[in-house]
Design a protein around this ligand. Structure first.
Ligand code: FMN
Length: 372
């Protein structure tokens, strides 16, 4: 939704009073409202400061609908189980937990980088037999000499969706993004691959808005009110969706689950998606050899590695997963793009300036950590 359209939507007969006056003192809830020190509470405090820091940094990973599906079970001080929680799965759009595993992979990558900085390294192995298992990966946190690691990149990474420049990604920047990473392909804006991804992403979005279960699931994960944002500390907030000013204020105070299910909301969402897919610097796909648990975890790690590099080159990343969630596209993408292996992530990319700081919320470490 662009600003004008959103205003049109937001302004539908709701307001007769001065919005500017009402808005005073009503800042939206963003990540910086929860200083890192507050990550330590409840069960989490049984962990050392280093481990709390590492787990907090790991949790800054991206996840579908910002559901933050990860759990950590501390079996012994340095022996952990990484898993996921069914309440934070997305069965309507991710019935096989493919995206859950990618998100867990991104979490693991952040954890690996943070561990290096703190003087540990991770030894891990997959223990899950199928993606619905809640225990996925066993981790040993082993003492090692501290190494330089880019913690700022973890703290500054964020998803962006709007205001991408319509400029191809420079070869040098692309090489930097993908150095040492296999399975990526870049489709510049004028390529037939980009046209296929733009059209397909729009059509898959359209189909998804018509699937009641998918739209209801989205509605459940949008935290319109400040109260819900503070209460859950996960899901999508108005700030995370880059709504600003008056429209954001209207949404926070007057929208709810039901709004997302209206035809008007769906129509306006699709208008926004059309603008998005027709702008930016092209697309990057990330593929992996197969859909096995270990491949998906590794793909998630690679995705995060690429994501962590993007900001230093001013490149915004917008994962757009609908073609991988909807039939027939999900079985056709790899073949139609000629990328061989199974595609796991479709990323719209583009230069963005200025590049805003992250705002999406995170649950405190104690909420996803159990000490046994
Ligand atoms: C596997 C996966 C799929 C995602 N798919 C989408 C998507 O289809 N559309 C979208 O806008 N964002 C998508 N995202 C981005 C998340 O919404 C985002 O990571 C989350 O809201 C947290 O925000 P942050 O990345 O700024 O921390 C996806 C992220 C992951 C890890």
């Amino acid at each position: 939704m662009n600003r004008r359209e959103f205003l049109g939507f937001a302004g539908k007969g709701i307001f007769t009073v001065s919005a500017a006056g009402l808005m005073q003192g009503c800042g939206e809830v963003v990540r910086s409202d929860f200083p890192e020190a507050q990550q330590e509470d409840g069960r989490g405090s049984a962990l050392s400061r280093d481990f709390l820091d590492m787990l907090y940094l790991a949790s800054l990973a991206p996840s579908g609908h910002n559901a933050q599906p990860w759990t950590i079970r501390i079996k012994k001080a340095q022996h952990w189980i990484l898993g996921s929680k069914p309440e934070r799965w997305l069965p309507a759009v991710d019935p096989n937990n493919r995206e859950v595993l990618l998100s867990l992979g991104a979490f693991l990558e952040n954890l690996a980088v943070a561990s290096q900085a703190k003087g540990y390294h991770l030894e891990y192995g997959i223990i899950a037999i199928n993606p619905e298992n809640t225990d996925i990966c066993e981790i040993n946190v082993v003492k090692a000499p501290p190494q330089e690691a880019d913690i700022e990149a973890i703290k500054k990474r964020r998803t962006l969706r709007l205001r991408f420049m319509n400029r191809e990604i420079k070869g040098d920047d692309l090489r930097y993004l993908t150095a040492g990473i296999s399975g990526t392909s870049y489709f510049p804006p004028s390529s037939s691959g980009a046209r296929y991804l733009s059209t397909g992403t729009f059509e898959a979005n359209r189909q998804q808005t018509l699937r009641k279960a998918a739209q209801e699931e989205l509605a459940n994960w949008i935290r319109w009110s400040d109260r819900d944002a503070k209460r859950y500390r996960n899901g999508l907030t108005t700030a995370g969706l880059e709504l600003e000013g008056f429209p954001a204020w209207v949404a926070r105070y007057f929208y709810n689950r039901k709004t997302v299910l209206t035809d008007d909301f769906k129509r306006r969402t699709l208008a926004l998606v059309r603008d998005e897919v027709n702008s930016g610097g092209g697309w990057i796909t990330l593929s992996c050899p197969n859909g096995e648990i270990s491949s998906l975890i590794e793909a998630g790690r690679i995705f995060e590695r690429l994501f962590l590099r993007a900001r230093s080159r001013g490149i915004a990343i917008h994962p757009m997963s609908q073609m991988l969630e909807e039939d027939p596209w999900r079985n056709e993408v790899a073949g139609n793009l000629g990328v061989g292996q199974s595609v796991q992530l479709i990323l719209r990319v583009g230069y963005r300036n200025p590049y805003p700081d992250p705002v999406s919320l995170r649950m405190p470490v104690a909420w996803f950590t159990e000490v046994h």
